[in-house]
Design a protein around this ligand. Structure first.
Ligand code: KG4
Ligand code: ZN
Length: 327
């Protein structure tokens, strides 16, 4: 729950990590059913935590896409139901727009325009952000997302789902220089990424060695992380230079990675630029960023929705144009 005057009033999360961990990944049908079970109690708990009555809600926000259809529909239906019952406007938010604007929830707040690095389990994109709703894609991954590469490499090293944070932890005790892994597209001259080859390179190294002892696993994890961080940092700096900007904003789950943060702080400072992160707990998926994005968009005059369409696949630029035509 977000209040335009008082800020974030309550930020509750029900994680489905436990639910899906036995299967090593998200099971869509289980995700949908769990949304049905959890959402209303979570809304009630958020109201209680905020100390507000439901009638005090002025605007209802929900994630409109992209994502799993079943889970999106549960959120859209509940939001539309609350809006109808209270006769309040309802606003659908693009998941990445939530991530993109979340660093504005922290102090100091970055001023527009800035370059944003969006690094989640499903996306790796560099965007130019000129204001709320004004986004231009500068580059993106041609295959796996950075978070996906973290998760797949973690699985390969025998770590549990979700692998990203576990791999980062394992890498802390490892030697990132032991295995010289490729830095895909580092010198491609554009702002695109590719991460699927890196995962294969780790697999090849692991196979070459036969069985992996703890030392080798930690060193492989550290070498993988060093390669990803090298590429992400280099492209962020290249994007700032290309756009002539000196503010970088990082959002999405991989933005929680300590090595990435340290590197970006160092490299931006060396160029007299600044880097901004969301509060750590708001890096990975959360509802607060969706409420906040809706408040900003409403304040900027964006129209609420009629009906409640969802979009399993939806790019941010179409969303920013108000294009609801994606099925
Ligand atoms: O944004 P997010 O919570 O969900 C999506 O929208 O995908 O991002 C989740 C991704 C996962 O791939 C997860 O492994 C990764 O973020 N992640 C990390 C770390 N924490 C989360 N990757 C590397 N280091 C971390 N500390
Ligand atoms: Zn996300």
């Amino acid at each position: 729950m977000y209040d335009t005057g008082a800020g974030l009033l309550a930020d509750l999360l029900h994680s489905q990590v436990q639910l899906h961990s036995a299967y090593g990944g998200v099971v869509p049908e289980l995700a949908s059913r769990d949304h049905v079970r959890r959402l209303l109690p979570l809304v009630r708990a958020a109201l209680a935590a905020a100390g507000r009555e439901i009638e005090e809600i002025g605007l209802v926000a929900f994630t409109q896409g992209p994502g799993l259809g079943g889970a999106l529909l549960v959120g859209a239906s509940v939001a539309a139901g609350i809006g109808l019952a209270l006769d309040r406007p309802v606003m659908g938010i693009h998941h990445l727009e939530g991530h993109l604007l979340s660093p504005l929830l922290a102090e100091p707040r970055p001023a527009f325009p800035f370059v944003a690095l969006l690094v989640s389990g499903g996306h790796t994109q560099l965007m130019r952000v000129d204001g709320v709703g004004r986004y231009a894609l500068l580059g993106e991954t041609l295959d796996d997302a950075a978070g996906e590469a973290f998760d797949k490499t973690a699985t390969l090293l025998g770590l549990e789902y979700p692998g990203g944070p576990a791999l980062a932890l394992l890498a802390e005790g490892g030697d990132g220089a032991r295995f010289p892994l490729p830095r895909p597209m580092l010198a491609s001259g554009d702002l695109d990424f590719s991460f699927s080859g890196l995962k294969t390179a780790v697999l090849t190294r692991a196979r070459d060695m036969g069985s992996l002892d703890d030392r080798a696993r930690a060193d492989l994890a550290a070498s993988f992380q060093a390669a990803v961080v090298d590429v992400l940092a280099a492209k962020c700096i290249a994007a700032l230079e290309r756009e002539g900007l000196d503010r970088l904003v990082v959002a999405g789950g991989v933005g929680a990675n300590a090595m990435l943060r340290e590197r970006l702080v160092r490299e931006t400072a060396a160029r007299g630029a600044d880097v901004f992160f969301p509060p750590a707990r708001l890096c990975t998926d959360n509802g607060a960023m969706i409420a906040f994005a809706a408040a900003l968009k409403h304040g900027a005059g964006a129209a609420p929705l009629e009906g409640f369409p969802i979009h399993a696949r939806w790019d941010l630029e179409s969303a920013a144009r108000g294009d609801q035509s994606t099925p």
